[in-house]
Design a protein. Structure first.
Length: 69
C-alpha cells in the first residue's frame, strides 16, 4: 500500500488517479472508472467525481493507494 498525501479536505477520484500516477490523463482515469477497474474502500466505484477523504483506499491494477494528510 502506498500512502498519497493530500493537502486539501478531499480530492476527487479522477484527479487522485492522476495525482498518484496510476494514470497519465483524465481520459485514462475516466475509462478506468467507467470500465469498473477502480475500487474505493474495497467496492467498485463508477463515479469519477467521488470525493476521497483521509483514510480512503483506492485500488487499480493491483496497486493500493491510501489517502493521507
Amino acid at each position: 500500500m502506498e500512502n498519497i498525501k493530500i493537502t486539501t479536505e478531499y480530492i476527487k477520484l479522477d484527479a487522485f488517479l492522476k495525482f498518484c500516477g496510476a494514470v497519465y490523463t483524465g481520459g485514462e482515469a475516466k475509462e478506468a472508472v467507467n470500465y469498473g477497474e477502480v475500487s474505493v474502500n474495497n467496492e467498485v466505484c463508477l463515479q469519477r467525481g467521488k470525493k476521497l477523504y483521509e483514510g480512503d483506499t483506492v485500488e487499480i491494477d493491483n496497486h493500493i493507494y491510501k489517502v493521507v494528510k
